[in-house]
Design a protein around this ligand. Structure first.
Ligand code: GYE
Length: 327
């Protein structure tokens, strides 16, 4: 493992600040052991959804002190400016690696050029960035969001044969890969079917509260829809609340398609309230850890790793899947 000289002093200073001068805390290694830990700065999108919280936990578990890491976690509260500041702080602290889960695709070139100048490898997780210079990051691991959207469209085609569809669309955070891919899948589906009509489209920013608010708006503006395409489970939970309050039966009066397939959403499939859910796997911690281990050994990890994902409706969902899920 490489020598971590430049980080040691900073790590100690930071640990000292965090611990308010205390030298030992349960769960944290003694300060003298910190010198060998690999220091990783992780700029996380926020805490907008169950998916995101599972993703944060997976990173904390995989990059723990017991595993030889010191993870500095920064929650950007879904704001790109906060992520840019966090990355600059990581650079100033001289971390060994930067992990970025980007809020949106564009706008990273300047700060990632700064990271490159400082010689810090950047690993992108979950969503993608758009850049003319792919050398600005070392590698990426995440999901194929367009293919997730295509799966939902295919399911709709297979299960609603020939029916006139009036589709209401709750989008995720605008400009994020998860929104862009899932929206472009739906747009392609609408373009390919004369009997599919988009009647409503608003962003619910991937949160339950905004999903509910936008569904209330939908109900007041355009109540004659029969499909709800919601780009994540938390917005779907909000939508279900709004529909039920209006006396509409989710999953029956309105066909509901959702994304993430967290265990709570899978239970709603068994209850008949969600019709189809496309899995998006948040457990990137071990994947990032493996990439860092490869880099530490001087190996070259794959530039792009797409995670394999499945999808569920009531025909293929087993109780055992929900129990073994972990998120
Ligand atoms: O679907 C949503 C989260 O980028 C895959 O972000 C992620 C998305 C996920 O807030 O729940």
């Amino acid at each position: 493992m490489k020598k971590r000289g430049k980080n040691t002093l900073l790590s100690l200073l930071l640990a000292g600040l965090l611990l308010g001068g205390c030298s030992s805390q349960p769960g944290l290694p003694a300060e003298e052991d910190n010198a060998d830990l690999v220091v990783v700065g992780f700029s996380q999108v926020g805490a907008e959804s169950d998916w995101r919280n599972a993703n944060t936990q997976s990173m904390l578990d995989a990059l723990s002190a017991e595993n030889g890491y010191r993870l500095i976690l920064d929650d950007a509260q879904q704001k790109q400016e906060k992520q840019i500041t966090a990355i600059r702080n990581f650079i100033n602290q001289g971390v060994d690696y930067i992990v970025l889960a980007p809020t949106r695709e564009t706008g990273w070139d300047t700060v990632l050029t700064e990271a490159r100048k400082a010689g810090i490898p950047v690993i992108i997780v979950d969503r993608m960035i758009e850049t003319g210079d792919p050398d600005l990051f070392t590698c990426w691991v995440g999901s194929d969001f367009r293919s997730e959207g295509d799966k939902a469209v295919q399911w709709l085609e297979d299960h609603q044969e020939g029916k006139e569809l009036r589709i209401a669309h709750l989008q995720g955070s605008i400009g994020s890969s998860a929104q862009i891919g899932r929206t472009s899948g739906l747009d392609a589906g609408i373009g390919a079917h004369d009997n599919w009509k988009l009647v409503f489209r608003e962003s619910g920013d991937f949160t339950q509260a905004k999903g509910q608010e936008m569904t209330e708006k939908l109900l007041s503006q355009e109540p004659s829809f029969n499909v709800l395409y919601s780009e994540n489970d938390n917005m779907t939970y909000g939508a279900i609340e709004a529909l039920e309050s209006a006396g509409i039966e989710p999953g029956k009066d309105v066909t509901i398609l959702s994304f993430d397939a967290s265990s709570k959403a899978l239970r709603l499939i068994l209850d008949g309230k969600i019709n189809y859910d496309v899995e998006c796997n948040p457990l990137h911690g071990p994947r990032v850890r493996k990439i860092i281990e490869q880099l530490e050994k001087g190996e070259t990890p794959l530039k792009y790793t797409y995670v394999e994902e499945v999808s569920f409706d009531s025909s293929n969902l087993l109780e055992s899947v929900i129990e073994g899920r972990g998120y």
